[in-house]
Design a protein around this ligand. Structure first.
Ligand SMILES: Cc1cc2nc3c(=O)[nH]c(=O)nc-3n(C[C@H](O)[C@H](O)[C@H](O)COP(=O)(O)OP(=O)(O)OC[C@H]3O[C@@H](n4cnc5c(N)ncnc54)[C@H](O)[C@@H]3O)c2cc1C
Length: 400
């Protein structure tokens, strides 16, 4: 067990931090207020090799490990949740799923340009009537010769207007429930596809989130990812990777809360002393620090298991649940420490509070992760060990 970051990891952190300080920090207040997502940030991330951090070099990525991905996510979310979310869906949920489940042709056609950042990928699972309850989805894909005909609607999809490729989940056989869901790679340019951004979001306003519509979209059969009926398994394995990036981002959100709050504690005086000298303010700072350290340990443990190719669904879920809850609490306390000034956009902490809510909801809500952890502890749920590099999911392991 080694708790030190390597020289390479320290360099990577510095590179991303410098990028965030130069490209994101000066503009984020305005982007957030105007609700605009700047896609050129994705091009700049690509130039730094950050659009395929742990995709092997042979598939256009940077060939780094999972903890390198965690460092990138921490530092991006220190800037804003929108850009970490973009990396989460592009790399964690889409590209890594192509790496695990894609045919060689699919990897050549879709993964390589995504890992290089020439194309952007997104993940379409959630529907108006199906969030936590994935099996309730309504989108269908009906086989028609060499194609599937896709019909349905997705909602709350990150990068809905920006992505070039979408990983879309649809029923090929509804009677088989989760064994009847399949995964497809869908291109934005195909006839019958459209998207629409959602306005009026609480947070992640500098991000692009919205709906996808499929009206008789012809998907070539070569774009089925994995086999027919493997979609649920693919979605759960994708979430193992996506959740890891969300947890790491939450660590970065706590870092940002600590930075802003410590500065303010030294700057603001009441009753003749800096507010940092008041014990009840110190309590909030101490809670943030504890949340930061505990979350980071959980994230890097999950990352290390992933690096070793070991099953980590349980550890990743715990890291995601705890880190996102700690980040949400840290942001709430950061606003409290700033008093009324924290309640205005003169300081960044109100944005942190708004941004920290979505990660408690997406990629498994707080309640879903709570239930998962209870089920593991009670022995109702067990994960099989893995013999391949990326996590796999087998619903038979749910021994309820
Ligand atoms: C900013 C943002 C970006 C997103 N990006 C994406 C994306 O890129 N791709 C994508 O596919 N989705 C995305 N989502 C959707 C997200 O994954 C879903 O919102 C999430 O899975 C929860 O589903 P839901 O909103 O339908 O809530 P529901 O599932 O309807 O849950 C409502 C409430 O009931 C609780 N609940 C539900 N079931 C249980 C249970 N069994 N036990 C206890 N409590 C329960 C939930 O915890 C929650 O509090 C995004 C969401 C947001 C906010």
């Amino acid at each position: 067990m080694n708790f030190e970051f390597t020289e390479e990891q320290t360099m990577l952190r510095k590179t991303v931090r410098d990028f965030v300080d130069k490209e994101i920090m000066p503009n984020i207040g305005e982007w957030d207020q105007e609700g605009t997502f700047d896609p050129s940030i994705m091009d700049k991330l690509a130039d730094l090799g950050l659009m395929g951090v742990c995709i092997p070099e042979e598939y256009g990525g940077s060939g780094m490990d999972y903890n390198a991905l965690a460092i990138v996510c921490e530092e991006l979310e220190r800037g804003d949740t929108a850009f970490r979310t973009a990396v989460s869906v592009h790399t964690g949920l889409n590209s890594m799923s192509l790496l695990q489940w894609g045919s060689e042709d699919q990897k050549q056609k879709y993964l390589i340009p995504q890992a290089k950042g020439e194309k952007v990928g997104a993940f379409g699972l959630t529907e108006p009537g199906a969030g936590s309850d994935v099996v309730a989805l309504q989108t269908t894909a009906v086989k028609d010769g060499d194609h599937y005909i896709l019909n349905g609607q997705k909602t709350w999809i990150s990068l809905c207007d920006t992505a070039d490729h979408f990983l879309v989940f649809a029923y090929t056989d509804k009677s088989k429930k989760h064994h009847g869901i399949s995964a497809f790679i869908v291109e934005r340019e195909w006839n019958g596809f459209s998207s629409k951004a959602t306005k009026g979001k609480l947070g992640i306003r500098a991000g692009n989130t919205g709906e996808l519509f499929f009206e008789d979209v012809k998907v070539p059969k070569e774009n089925l990812l994995g086999k027919e009926g493997e979609g649920f398994k693919i979605a759960m394995a994708s979430l193992d990777n996506g959740r890891f990036t969300v947890a790491a981002g939450a660590v970065g959100q706590i870092m940002a809360c600590i930075e802003a709050s410590v500065d303010y504690c030294h700057e603001r005086e009441t009753f003749g002393k800096p507010i940092g000298k008041h014990q009840l303010v110190q309590q909030m700072i101490a809670n943030m620090e504890a949340g930061f350290q505990m979350s980071r340990l959980l994230v890097y443990r999950a990352g290390e298991l992933k690096n070793q190719g070991k099953r980590n669904t349980r550890e990743t879920s715990l890291a995601k649940w705890q880190a996102c809850d700690f980040a949400n609490k840290a942001a709430d306390d950061a606003v409290q420490i700033h008093g009324a000034y924290g309640y205005s956009n003169e300081y960044p902490v109100e944005r942190y509070l708004r941004n920290s809510k979505a990660p408690v909801i997406y990629e498994g809500t707080r309640e879903i992760h709570t239930v998962m952890q209870a089920e593991y502890t009670l022995g109702y749920r067990k994960d099989k060990p893995l013999n391949n590099m990326l996590p796999a999911w087998d619903d038979k392991e749910l021994v309820k």
